[in-house]
Design a protein around this ligand. Sequence first.
Ligand code: SAM
Length: 261
Amino acid sequence: MTRIDYSKSTKYTDLDAIYMECSGPGGLRLSDFMAQKMGMGPKARLPKARLLDVGCNRGVQSCFLAKEYGLSVFAIDPWDDRMQGDPMVEHVRRNAQAWGVASSVLAQKIGVPDTNFASESFDFALSTTALEMVRGMQGEAGYLACLEEIRRVLRPGGVFGLGEPMHLDVPLPADLEPYVSQEEFPWKECFRDIHATVADVERAGFRVIESGYAPDAQDWWMEFALHDPFCKKDPQGDPKTLAVDNGRWTSFGYVIAVKPE
Ligand SMILES: C[S@@+](CC[C@H](N)C(=O)[O-])C[C@H]1O[C@@H](n2cnc3c(N)ncnc32)[C@H](O)[C@@H]1O
């Protein structure tokens, strides 16, 4: 079991500022967790390892990984910002300058599965709190197509880290059902349990080396509820859902997998 050292992420203490620039539970602690589970240690540094960050949003986690783990990061996101309406990748570019990593973070407005990257381009691929939305919109076939594209662009032996809101391996509590049936991205359509997610990653051609529910999942969700700007604006939205749930169903899972040689 990898022992996670959070000292790289916990020195960034302004959680309102961090959650302004990403959009999911865990913030930089999630990136620290995934980086160490994926083996992005000093070994990966020379020559600079290439990371694909899929669904980077405003890119604060991409910048953190470039700065603290010495990676060359390709940050991709196909959407425009819901607040200002400008492309997410423009925020990534501005964040990369602010973090002093403009030469290590390249942002492109594209998404999986249509990346057009050459095959075997990356040493690492990471996707956090992004692909479950694709599942919600396009079903299992759409989700699988994204995983297969990630496998295509990873080099053989390359490592894929998937971190996702998931539900525990329990039936959905009846009183929670109305709260996870939101109009936009209903959690009950988007979230799966860890076993179903591992099966999808394997179906896409990866060898899974570790998977589980993150030990700090509840803490990450509570932090999200307190600091995410949309949660702050709408306490009856996700914060209410999490309060009603009270840790019975909603969690956060991770899968670490390798592209076979
Ligand atoms: C909820 S945010 C998560 C951001 C960040 N990775 C995190 O962990 O906080 C999900 C992002 O996935 C992006 N996204 C949606 N569909 C995508 C696709 N097909 N490929 C890549 N990213 C996608 C959205 O634009 C959004 O910015």
